[in-house]
Design a protein around this ligand. Structure first.
Ligand code: FAD
Length: 460
């Protein structure tokens, strides 16, 4: 039996041993959950290394199962990427087995295939964390997980971080060790298996009556690693240099729009970070972009990992709770119901435009996401109701919804998380306010409004 410890140790702080033991069996299984890619995926790379050391084939298991809040829009995007992933896995001699709801059962699969060990990727959200715990109790084989979707392994941050300014230096101090290419990202499996069971191009959700099909799929983003790499190349070549100037302008197509691909793990943050760092662009542009991609994104992941109430108004800082409570009975001259908000049916064309972008593009510019959430606070009967409405819409319509970034973004906008107290004002208390007038001074709001109304075929 070859020693596996040196292989595990070479992945440093990314690996967690969920169940130890001696691997005996006929194959290695990698449970692909969050890192849905065959490229720059340290969880997959670890599985390849272990399979080769044990002289066993490697099978990637992908189970399509119900996820809270996910609907047809999300599953259509997820499915669209699978043929691309299957091709890329085949190029590395890796078998790809897809099981669909309700037959999907990883523990049963491991025993049917006589798995010697299981490798999984990590996801800090509540539901997948629960799946990992349950699975570790059911399994009788070694089970390792890999923190594959961050630049700096989350555990090295040790505790909850309270602001971008506290996490930034900690992350940057670790770049020399972790902002480096994967050791052997194209390594092939030496002892291949027969190929996949289900056709990755088939409609895997067809026999699934309980799936919410009311939110239609989109043609605005093409899913998968190949599409993500193309978008990255375009961004780095044509947009990165102007990112610091135009990043805050919702009317300009100046950001990378990679968030749906990061959410589904079609691309690694490391792939993006290295492409940006090596780009022919001013240092300021690289720094600004990497700050969004690494500081803000990994702050959101840290928030979710350390805060059990990450998707609840209760996550607010004490100063925010106190201030919003003190303004709970303030008159609210403008109130909208959730159906009115959902239908983009308010008096504010700028807000409606943002909501239309969400409905019809499945994505929204960062500045508009902040404005959008803050207006929901202003127009709701209570901060708790505002929180609920913002989360509901965010996770229902965004392709990148149900993500740590969304939970942190809503917490920032409505509950003051990672922000500081501002001037006291009605309804908001000391939560930072954003006005439509200020937005109009900052960018060409009429152009943004026109373009989003046109996207939705709605007359102005
Ligand atoms: C109310 C609100 C809700 C949000 N909901 C989501 C969501 O559901 N899913 C989601 O992925 N992001 C969310 N964000 C964060 C941010 O708006 C998006 O990540 C960003 O707009 C995605 O566009 P992009 O890929 O072009 O970003 P770019 O500007 O190209 O940035 C590159 C990457 O950096 C990360 N990033 C950028 N801005 C932020 C930020 N403020 N916080 C954390 N990470 C960031 C993202 O991963 C992004 O893809 C939300 C922000 C707010 C204020």
């Amino acid at each position: 039996m070859p020693a596996l410890e040196p292989i595990l140790a070479s992945y440093r702080d990314r690996v967690t041993v969920r169940r130890s033991g001696t691997p005996t069996g006929s194959c290695v299984v990698y449970w692909m959950q969050r890192a849905q890619r065959a490229h720059d995926n340290p969880a997959l790379d670890l599985a390849v290394d272990l399979a080769n050391a044990l002289r066993l084939p490697l099978v990637v298991f992908f189970g399509l199962i119900p996820y809270p809040g996910a609907n047809l829009r999300h599953y259509a995007f997820l499915q669209q990427a699978l043929p691309d992933t299957a091709r890329r896995l085949a190029a590395r001699n890796i078998a790809f087995v897809i099981q669909r709801h309700p037959q999907s059962d990883l523990a049963a699969f491991c025993s049917q295939t006589d798995a010697a060990l299981l490798v999984g990727d990590e996801n800090p959200l509540r539901e997948p964390a629960h799946w990992r715990t349950v699975l570790a109790k059911k399994l009788r084989i070694p089970y390792f997980t890999v923190d594959a979707d961050v630049v700096v392994p989350s555990r090295l941050l040790l505790k909850a971080q309270y602001a971008a300014r506290t996490i930034r230096p900690r992350l940057q101090a670790l770049f020399a060790d972790y902002l480096v290419p994967c050791a052997n990202p194209h390594a092939e499996v030496a002892f291949p298996n027969p190929p996949s069971s289900l056709d990755p191009a088939s409609d895997l959700t067809a026999p699934w009556p309980s799936l919410d099909r009311t939110v239609p799929p989109l043609s605005t983003f093409t899913a998968g690693t190949t599409a993500a790499l193309d978008l990255l190349h375009h961004f780095v070549t044509h947009r990165l240099a102007t990112y610091p100037m135009l990043q805050g302008d919702p009317a300009a197509d100046a950001t990378s729009r990679l968030s749906p691909y990061l959410h589904f793990g079609h691309i690694s943050p490391l792939t993006i970070a290295l492409a940006v760092r090596n780009a022919d662009a001013p240092d300021l542009a690289k720094e600004k972009y990497l700050d969004q991609l690494i500081t803000w994104r990994e702050l959101a992941i840290n928030f979710v990992a350390f805060h059990p109430l990450y998707d609840s108004f209760e996550c607010a800082e004490p100063w925010a709770h106190r201030s919003l409570a003190a303004h709970a009975s303030d008159p609210r001259p403008t109130l909208y119901t959730l159906p009115q908000l959902e239908a983009a049916d308010t008096h504010d064309h700028l807000w409606n435009a943002a909501q239309l972008q969400m409905l019809h593009l499945g994505w929204m510019h960062n500045y508009m996401r902040m404005y959008w959430a803050k207006k929901i606070l202003e127009w709701s009967p209570s901060p708790q109701q505002a929180y609920h409405s913002a989360l509901y819409l965010n996770d229902k319509y965004f392709l990148d919804g149900r993500d740590p970034n969304g939970y942190a973004g809503i917490a920032w906008s409505i509950a003051g998380k990672f922000d500081r107290p501002w001037f006291d004002r009605p309804i908001f208390g000391v939560i930072r306010y954003m006005s439509g007038t200020a937005a109009a001074r900052k960018f060409d709001a009429p152009a943004y409004i026109r373009s989003m109304y046109a996207l939705a075929h709605r007359p102005l």
